[in-house]
Design a binder for this molecule. Sequence first.
Ligand SMILES: *Cc1c(COP(=O)(O)O)cnc(C)c1O
Length: 312
Amino acid sequence: MTRLMNNYGRLPLVITTAAGSYVTDEQARRYLDFTSGIAVCNLGHRPAAVEEAVQAQLQQVWHTSNLFENRLQEKVAASLVVGIGAPGKVFFCNSGTEANEAAIKLARKYTGKETIVSFEQSFHGRTYGAMAATGQAKIHNGFGRLLAGFDYLPFNDSAALIEKLTTDDAIAAVMLELVQGEGGVYPADSTFIDTLVQLCTAKKILIIVDEVQTGFGRTGELFATQQYQFVPDIMTLAKGLANGIPAGAVFAKPAVASAFTPGTHGSTFGGNYLAMAAAEAVLTTLTTTGFMAEVRQKKCLFYGTIKRNRKC
Ligand SMILES: *Cc1c(COP(=O)(O)O)cnc(C)c1O
């Protein structure tokens, strides 16, 4: 009898070792892993650069709390800002849902407004704030009253967006995935994003892009926002950030970031040394080794096969 709660539908397969694109089970059967730990192991399992960085860090220091300065956090934050390609500051946490909680708090604190507009079929996480942002009834059901202040619009519907953003003065932010992941893999239309950026700029409404799943090379650029050529006010990250060591992060433009002053938000484990060592090695691998060029090349291979008329 299992002593684990029954909240996951698990496959009857126990993975004991993993390397690169392959995993091995208890019976020594080898599998090509197409799951990547749900968009986490973007560099494959146990990439040498990340493994070595974590091993080296294990012998230095694991955890100090955020009561002290942390040069490794500074380094990863600087790498993220360079990767995103716009000025900003970073907060570290441990997961995607926590990154979205921080983003919601930051948007409300900065704007002094409450409403967060998100989209049907979206997925932002399982804690109360992120769950409320998630536009799926099946995720909400059975958990009582949701956090107030969330409105859902149909995705890719510019008319509905214009109607909402021009008539509601209580909106702090619009929160979205650029490719809805858990909701069924729906990419945002570029005309929809153009409308969103224009409206939000005019109405001083923040844009929060949840790149928890689309980040770190998943869409052919380091971040999906780069496909749409805009920089959101707030971007949330996790999954691929440390390639399997738990880590999350929130990027915000400088003015927005300044709303988090000492005591306003925090996380005991956030920016943990082992996670930061892994994240720094992940970002270095993604940005300096030709990895992204290879991703783009492979993308063309797939498009060439699946949809021959599509430019890549
Ligand atoms: C997975 C996911 C989350 C939640 O991340 P956790 O680390 O499981 O909390 C949030 N947003 C998106 C888009 C995701 O795909």
